[in-house]
Design a protein around this ligand. Structure first.
Ligand SMILES: NC(=O)c1ccc[n+]([C@@H]2O[C@H](COP(=O)([O-])OP(=O)(O)OC[C@H]3O[C@@H](n4cnc5c(N)ncnc54)[C@H](OP(=O)(O)O)[C@@H]3O)[C@@H](O)[C@H]2O)c1
Length: 271
């Protein structure tokens, strides 16, 4: 079977993480972007283009890995790269499949949206996918194989759920990085050297994450109860977190991210 031809439009932090995880036995990867790809990506890239004018072929799949604000600029210049079978795969936050199709000049284009998160770069990502009504089994197979080495891919039933998934998992790594920063500061405040505090915070998060990964039958709440002895030190800290309304803080954070995704989508609405 011949290799599927994939064009990445944009290949920055997230596009580059995905490209570096793709199995080059399966795909011919081309990249279109204004500046030359980073050296570490070059072994994964079959062909690099600086401008759409340099391309005189169509692709099995075009991956939109630019910022959502770039869609109008990109959309008007790439229609000659698509044929009736080309899958459009977008990783852009907040940007609806019908807006993408309309910016690319054909409301009936097959569009898959995938929301990855940063750990895809180490094969530990969690991505969510939504397929519009023009997608066939071959398109879904291409998308699943492209993300095969990046971690897990979960398909959502409704596009409306993509904003919630983006707010939880797409933006989620930043919440845990902030937790490590905050715990490091708390450790320093309590008298630990900064390096030691950072190491303790980082490895505690990593170790707790590894437990959740390895024992999927044990819920996070069960683990929390397991390490929280009545009247003990952990209980004192957990009570303080509940009194500070940590669950509500996360609820508000996720709502803020959803609102921003909707604003970004609104800004892109094509009249
Ligand atoms: N970062 C994340 O954690 C994350 C998570 C989920 C989803 N996403 C989504 O992924 C997308 C990309 O984010 P990112 O963090 O990878 O951004 P980024 O690092 O800034 O990458 C953007 C890429 O777009 C390219 N580009 C800019 N203008 C272009 C044009 N006219 N034609 C072709 N390429 C162009 C840039 O090329 P140059 O390098 O040559 O300037 C760069 O490679 C966004 O839509 C974001 O919503 C990101």
């Amino acid at each position: 079977m011949s290799k599927a031809k994939i064009l990445f439009i944009g290949c920055g932090n997230m596009g580059g993480s995905i490209v570096s995880a793709i199995d080059s036995h399966d795909f011919d990867i081309s990249v279109l972007k204004p500046t030359s790809p980073s050296p570490h990506l070059k072994p994964h890239i079959h062909q690099y283009y600086q401008s759409p004018d340099q391309i005189n072929q169509t692709f099995d799949c075009v991956v939109l890995a630019v910022k959502p604000q770039k869609l109008s600029e990109v959309g008007s210049t790439v229609s000659h790269l698509l044929d009736s079978h080309t899958l459009i795969l977008s990783i852009m936050a907040g940007t609806k499949s019908d807006h993408i199709a309309s910016y690319l000049g054909n409301p009936n284009l097959p569009v898959i949206r995938i929301m990855p998160n940063l750990p895809v770069s180490v094969g530990e990502g969690i991505s969510t996918g939504f397929a519009n009504s023009h997608i066939n089994a071959r398109h879904k197979d291409i998308a699943s194989r492209l993300f095969k080495n990046t971690g897990e891919l979960i398909w959502l039933e409704s596009e409306a759920q993509m904003d919630a998934a983006t707010a939880l998992a797409g933006s989620g790594p930043a919440y845990f990085f902030l937790t490590v920063e905050a715990l490091t500061s708390a450790g320093v405040n309590a008298g630990l050297p900064e390096k030691t505090a950072e190491k303790l915070a980082r490895q505690t998060l990593t170790g707790a994450g590894q437990l959740l990964k390895e024992h999927k039958n044990i819920s996070a709440a069960d683990y929390r109860r397991q390490v929280t002895s009545p009247g003990g030190t952990t209980e004192a800290a957990i009570d303080s977190l509940f009194n500070s309304e940590l669950p509500r803080i996360y609820l508000d954070a996720v709502k803020a991210a959803i609102k921003r995704a909707q604003e970004l989508a609104q800004g892109l609405t094509k009249s």
